[in-house]
Design a protein around this ligand. Sequence first.
Ligand SMILES: [Zn+2]
Length: 458
Amino acid sequence: MAKPSSILVEDAIIVTMDPRRRVIEGGSILVEGDRIAEIRAPGGGRPEKAEQRISAKGMAVIPGLVDTHLHLAQSLLRGCADDLSLVEWLRQRVWPLQGCFTEEDGRVSAELSMLEMIRSGTTSFVGVDVVSRYGFDGIARSVVMAGMRAALAKTIMDSPGYGRKGSIMPVGLVEEKEACVREAKSMVRKWNGIRGGLVRTWLAPRSLGGCSRELYEEVADLASEQKTRVTMHLAEVKEDVRYAKQNFGVTPFEFIEKVGLAGPGSLFAHMVWLTERDVRRVADTKANVAHCPSSNLKLASGIPKVPELLEAGANVGLGCDGAPCNNSYDMIREMKIAAVIQKGRLLDPLTMPASTALEMATVRGAEAMGMGSEIGSIEVGKKADLVFIDLKKPHLTPFRKIVSNIVYSAMGSDVDTVMVDGRLLLRHGSALTLDEERIVGEAQQRQDELISRSGVKA
Ligand SMILES: [Zn+2]
């Protein structure tokens, strides 16, 4: 289906997330090509020339949501690893299963993850830990087919461990240093910035224990040489702090600073176990944080100091992490959890208001991807990444403050229409770019085969 050259979205409640955080009721948005050309309040006249008109009556139109940390290869593992601690969860379930992936498993898992994201309003994401056996090319091609905006982060490692002694990865996931650095470089050359920047290629050094100090330093150099960004898991569980203290004599974030990886081009997932000094240093270095509240709760990793990080001036986005630790890729539900867990942790109902959760899922997420000037809000000149939420539902009625209903009452399944770069990916709940029936059927079959091939008792 050819994309119309212009689309007029009419009668919307526009939650702009612009610097003034304006909400325009009954407004219209003119999209020309891949960008927002005009935003009009009611009575502001109507552009005549739009090729296609879409009514958003009874709907909130919000900026496309940005998931700053997720594993594309984990949706195929949904339901396979519940109620275990992180290290057991990795060693007994996630690693042995992922260590048996074929490239076809990698592709179908990516498609399933993207289908769920599109259906629940995510338009941009950082897909972490893409190892060679998942097939980088196949995943990148499926992103192009889906029409989503993605940063795909190639795993880089030179040791097979993670954290505490005995946490050794299965051979199927271990990559030789030279091979993974070579592949990372070639993936950057091949995919970084294609389709008007829809696909970007990042570097993902494995967590503490998966890389030597020299390799972290090499990644920092490689990132500046290739002008790409870096993401990794950091300070997720208490053991990470113990490991860093024991092996390097400093905290995980202090170590990352020493190897030259803390800066505005870096995005660190979890960051649960930070000292007060770490919190200040994250802000000072302008490093970005991907907060994954469901994952931190389900794996009992702890609750990160998000209000403290924000107060210090750090940028924090939100992430769904993976199907075995969340178990969904629904950013709307993630916003609610991010808002409520801090109130419980600090015994303060005023901390983390709904508006802050929405900022983390939009403007702050965009910033964490290095795309703050392009996405994250509905403003003239920005990319046309729009999500329509159908408000004509009992659980979304009545409303006074639309942001409250979106964060506290809505679910991903309330998303009606999704647009990325001015192209419709979802209309009235139907996926337009991905074949839902084929992907869902294939995913079930592939999970069954994966479990029997791996010998994992899931
Ligand atoms: Zn993760």
